[in-house]
Design a protein around this ligand. Structure first.
Ligand code: 0RA
Length: 627
């Protein structure tokens, strides 16, 4: 039993703080799902990054351990082990148990990193069932252990140490989190981003049980980032970059056009990825359009719009500002109104200077943008023509669509089915209350190599756009999507895989928000049907089938291998692939937008060599190649 008198005023405050974190974790880390879980790692890494930015740390190593814990090690100064004069506890204990104590130790350092919420390591401690910290400082090794925010041991000196730095190892608490399994790829993608944004810092990530390991170190910073993004594309000029400080805000921008039709913009505020954009991005776009227009008008009377100067541009914008205000659905939109003007004026001045000094670059860019403008004009005509033929309007649905009865998008499912015959089976087998069927004939257009005008001329795609109801391009509006489950259902063979990739490319390039919202799925039709006597069982992979055949013996059995959806009758298709009770759907997610862009560029773009290389590297991973 402890009485009130045992606590100093300060420590009462500390204890109240961390129990509040356990009571309402979402307030501190956003959610208790996978995102919140990963946030714990970023929170610790951010502290190491602060050490790096202060010039004391060069290497950060993240390890996903077999026992479910994660450790983050750095070679910084080490968390102070000395007793803090005000709180009368060691720096380690202070940082680990006091909310927001993280960077406030030395007030002079201008803390610009910091996770989405910038909450400090004590939050990680509060939400871990166990946390172990090791500090090497002043030639000594110190350790201390905690659980659920409480200290288990005091800070102990464990002997000598020649290196310097901090290691934090924690076990996320399953009483708090919906899942405690970390995703290597998601963490790796974010760490790569952090490495690009903090030039020169080496960041390693390892996963013990798979032995996966990535090392990121970019001396070129965001210039390297742009080069990386454009790696498998054809750049039209050197990377243009500048770095300015204005009114206490640091503005760091790199950009390069390539010959594709996609815009690829990544914007950051204090290293947080502002996926919803905001004032910094608006300022950039306004300036870019104005500067390019000024040059273009000397050459042509054409008036370029924001849209025209976007085509084929790759940009990284990183701003560091003292008091960011985040808005939007996911708090990833910068709201500080002054940033629009600041970024606009910096970009205008810097681009003008660059183009005066590099006339060849601006000439190439203008040609590209004028071509884009002409193509957009053609696209508008094609769109109008397609519309006049009755397509693209959700109130005149395509004849090929067998719609469902429900008008509630949250209930509705749209199956995009390969071929008319499978489409017929799906139509006959479905539950028409909430399942709609759209058969797609043959290979749809590869949108990676097509501009919008070609897209509007393509019947399969316009039919799909009309059925989806959410429009495309400037008209895209996710609120108008007619179904919240869009399910790609193709054959389990090479053609099916190709068609699936073409459809995925379309969604990734033109309807990415549908993927981000989790509306896109892939159906999993079975590969085998095993009949023994009167009982029937379906199998989705060969291994499971073989296993069963040991078990039950060959007598009276027959195996059917499905080459296509069309071989299943409507009842079978419903039972195995469409019935919500039995089916397995793979949800298409976007864990790593950078990697996804790279893969679509490689697989669907026009450079042959990277594709060859990709296929050679990944050929051994193919399990179901049925040519
Ligand atoms: C407070 C003050 C100082 C460093 C740190 C915290 C620090 C925290 C973490 C967390 C992970 N790695 C870290 N490295 C350092 C400044 C130390 C000094 O003034 O010597």
């Amino acid at each position: 039993m402890t009485t009130e008198k045992d606590y100093s005023a300060n420590s009462i405050q500390v204890l109240a703080g961390l129990s509040a974190v356990r009571k309402r974790p979402g307030m501190y880390i956003g959610s208790t799902g996978i995102k919140g879980l990963h946030h714990l790692v970023y929170e610790v890494v951010d502290n190491s990054i602060d050490e790096a930015m202060a010039g004391f740390c060069s290497t950060i190593t993240v390890v996903l351990h077999k026992d479910g814990s994660v450790s983050i090690q750095d070679d910084g100064r080490g968390i102070p082990t000395e007793i803090h004069p005000k709180y009368n506890i060691s720096g380690v204990e202070l940082v680990m148990t006091k909310l927001h104590a993280g960077g406030k130790f030395d007030k002079d350092s201008y803390k610009v990193s910091g996770g989405l919420h910038g909450v400090g390591i004590s939050v990680v401690n509060a939400l871990s069932k166990k946390l172990h910290v090791q500090v090497c400082r002043n030639g000594k090794l110190y350790t201390q252990d905690f659980a659920k925010g409480n200290k288990l041991t005091s800070l102990e000196e464990k002997g000598d140490c020649s290196e310097r730095g901090t290691l934090v190892k924690f076990y996320p608490d399953e009483e708090i989190f919906e899942t405690v399994e970390f995703h290597f790829d998601t963490l790796s993608a974010r760490l790569r981003e952090i490495a690009f944004l903090n030039k020169g810092v080496e960041i390693k990530i390892k996963e013990e049980h798979t032995e996966k390991e990535h090392v990121f170190k970019y001396d070129g910073g965001i210039v390297s980032f742009v080069e990386y993004l454009n790696k498998n594309k054809n750049p039209l000029h050197e990377v243009i970059s500048f770095n300015k400080e204005k009114n206490g805000n640091a503005i760091d921008i790199a950009l390069q056009y390539n010959d594709s039709y996609q815009e690829n913009i990544f914007s950051f505020v204090n290293t947080i990825n502002t996926t919803e954009g905001g004032t910094h991005l608006t300022g950039f776009r306004t300036a870019l359009t104005r500067v390019i227009n000024n040059y273009a008008q000397k050459k042509d009377s054409i008036r370029l719009t924001n849209e025209d100067v976007r085509e084929g541009i790759t940009v990284v914008i990183s701003v560091k500002i003292p008091e960011p205000q985040f808005e939007g659905q996911t708090k990833t939109k910068l709201g500080n109104s002054e940033m629009k003007g600041i970024v606009d004026s910096v970009v205008s001045a810097e681009l003008n200077t660059y183009f005066e000094e590099n006339p060849a670059a601006i000439k190439t860019i203008i040609d590209k943008c004028i071509n884009a403008a002409k193509a957009r004009d053609a696209a508008r005509k094609a769109r109008d023509l397609t519309r006049r033929k009755g397509a693209l309007n959700a109130h005149s649905l395509p004849g090929k669509l067998s719609d469902c009865q429900s008008r509630d998008p949250a209930q509705g499912e749209l199956y995009l089915v390969e071929g008319d015959s499978a489409g017929g089976s799906a139509k006959a087998g479905r539950n028409r209350k909430f399942q709609a069927i759209l058969p797609l004939r043959g290979k749809i257009l590869n949108v990676e190599k097509a501009r919008m005008n070609k897209i509007f001329e393509n019947e399969e795609i316009t039919t799909m756009i009309t059925a989806l109801g959410c429009g495309i391009g400037e008209e895209f509006n996710i609120e108008k999507a007619r179904y919240h489950k869009i399910i790609i259902m193709t054959d389990a063979d090479v053609d099916g895989a190709h068609i699936r990739t073409l459809i995925l490319t379309f969604f990734f390039r033109h309807m990415k928000p549908l993927i981000e919202k989790g509306y896109l799925y892939i159906a999993q039709p079975p590969l085998f049907r095993l009949k023994k006597g009167k009982s029937i069982e379906y199998f989705y992979d060969e291994e499971k089938l073989d296993q069963k055949m040991k078990e039950i013996g060959k007598e009276n059995t027959s195996i059917q291998r499905y080459k296509g959806l069309g071989e299943m009758n409507p009842g079978q298709l419903w039972e195995t692939t469409m019935d919500p009770v039995n089916r397995t759907l793979l949800q298409v997610t976007l864990e790593d937008a950078v990697e996804a862009d790279k893969i679509f560029t490689i697989l669907m773009g026009d450079e042959v060599d990277p594709r060859k290389q990709f296929i050679q590297t990944h050929a051994h991973e193919v399990v179901n190649l049925d040519v």
